[in-house]
Design a protein around this ligand. Structure first.
Ligand code: GLU
Length: 474
């Protein structure tokens, strides 16, 4: 047993999505950073579902988050914890804070609050709660109005500064005079968003909070509440948002924003993780790295202060790299269902790994591979070949050449790409034509497409019987 002691607490990070939609790219990137950071330090990665917005939270959205996390391979070490299952705990802490004077009942009505804000605005001040119900030494509080249920407010420090050393942005400071006495419980007793986050980060002993910089304004409030509770605030890192290729905030307009849509579109999770990691983080000039390298490097440094930009072309490039890492046998199961979904008949065509060996070097996505593979598995009806293609490429003169090709191919000693290629070359000589004058008509006659990968390889894969019967059918 190790006797090594270390004063710094073991790293504990969390991903805390609100289940109101799917797992979007920004959320996935936040999850990735929190996960990789915990893994780097041999720490613990917690998943917490912030489902207190009962109007907007749905079980489907929870499932979408779990699916997305599983697909990306971000397995939590603890959780998922659900905030809705922790209500008693939040109420307990609120009761303690009320008892200790760190929080107080406020009976101001919404109309009164509006009027306060109006008065502050008119006086050129920041609109804020005026502290009517805030207890102060020697201050006499008003009588609670009959029958009105109060909210609970946190007694924020009246002066001083709250600041933290952000992992991403450096030192950030807020004057306490900027911060209202935050409502931590509604009139019906339900705790509010910022409060639940605080209690959870405290109870779950979170040491590092990595989240989107839309939360920067919440952080000073959360730090103040944590300090009031006697808790050591975690380190915070606020990552800038992801922008679309046009510089606007990434949204549906830019294409898919749900992580699982990228699965549908034929991206590999390995590629997604690699690509997402580079959105707001870097390790020198490294663009392609394994999950293990990412974990080895991700120590919270080199997080970018400026917003990252979504680049679909680069994602395709990264995905193509990971596609090429897979053997045809490994690719097979990932592509087979996509071919079947297109109506392809795998048992009618050549062996899938052979087809993928030909196609994979040029493909960027699994979907593109499935599209390309349909060349070999789509039911082929010579009568259904596009009449325009037929007219352009299968005129009478060409048919003579194709018939010649079919006759000589029938006599080849072996049905291989090499023999077929050699035969094509000799036909070019015999008929005094150039390669496209043979290659394209062959493609159209045998596959119904004017463009395919190398035609000798395609013919070899399709097999003698298929090729010759299709050539005879033109
Ligand atoms: N639930 C919050 C969100 O989805 C995140 C809260 C946090 O990370 O502190 O934006």
């Amino acid at each position: 047993m190790s006797t090594h002691t270390n004063d710094a607490p073991a790293v504990r990070t969390r991903f805390a999505p609100s289940p109101t939609g799917f797992l979007h790219l920004g959320g996935a990137r936040t999850a990735l950073f929190s996960w990789a950071f915990a893994r780097h330090f041999g720490g613990t990665f917690v998943l917490r579902i912030e489902d207190t917005d009962v109007e907007r939270s749905t079980p489907e959205a929870v499932q979408a988050i779990l699916d997305g996390m599983a697909w990306l391979g971000f397995a939590p070490d603890e959780g998922p914890f659900y905030q809705m299952q922790r209500m008693d705990r939040y109420r307990e802490v609120i009761a303690q804070m009320l008892a200790s004077g760190q929080a107080y009942h406020c009976y101001s009505s919404p109309e009164e609050i509006d009027a306060m804000r109006e008065r502050a605005r008119a006086a050129g001040l920041k609109p804020r709660y005026d502290g009517t119900w805030r207890p102060e030494p020697g201050k006499e509080l008003p009588q609670p109005p009959e029958g009105r249920r109060p909210v609970v407010r946190f007694r924020n420090p009246a002066d001083g500064v709250v600041s933290w050393d952000d992992l991403v942005k450096g030192t950030i400071s807020f004057a306490n005079t900027e911060l209202d006495d935050l409502i931590i419980a509604r009139p019906d007793g339900t705790p509010t968003y910022n409060f639940c986050v605080v209690v959870d980060d405290w109870d779950m002993r979170i040491t590092h909070v990595i989240r989107g910089d839309d939360h920067v304004n919440n952080t000073p409030r959360q730090i103040n509440i944590l300090r009031a509770l006697g808790a050591e605030p975690p380190r915070y890192g606020h990552v800038p948002m992801i922008l679309g290729p046009d510089g606007e905030k990434l949204s549906k307009r830019h294409g898919a924003v749900s992580v699982m849509q990228y699965d549908d579109q034929g991206y590999l999770p390995e590629a997604m993780v690699n690509y997402l990691a580079r959105l707001g983080w870097s390790h020198g000039d490294d663009e392609l790295f394994s999950r293990e390298q990412l974990i080895g490097w991700f120590d919270g440094s080199h997080l970018a202060k400026s917003a990252a930009q979504w680049d679909p072309k680069k994602l395709n490039w990264v995905n193509a790299h990971y596609l090429r890492q897979l053997t045809p046998e490994q690719l097979g199961p990932r592509v087979a269902s996509r071919i079947q979904r297109r109506g392809g008949q795998l048992e009618q065509g050549p062996a899938l790994p052979d087809v993928l060996a030909l196609l994979a070097p040029r493909a960027e996505t699994l979907e593109q591979l499935a599209d390309d593979a349909m060349l070999f598995y789509a039911p082929f009806d010579p009568a259904a070949v596009d009449p325009a293609l037929r007219e352009q490429h299968l005129g009478d003169g060409v048919r003579v050449v194709l018939r010649d090709f079919a006759r000589q191919a029938d006599e080849l000693p072996d049905w291989t790409a090499e023999h077929l290629g050699a035969l094509m070359k000799s036909l070019l000589k015999q008929h005094q034509i150039k390669m496209p004058q043979l290659g394209i008509p062959l493609r159209v006659a045998v596959t119904g497409r004017a463009q395919t990968p190398a035609i000798d390889a395609v013919l070899a894969l399709l097999g003698k019987h298929t090729v010759l019967s299709r050539l005879h059918a033109i």
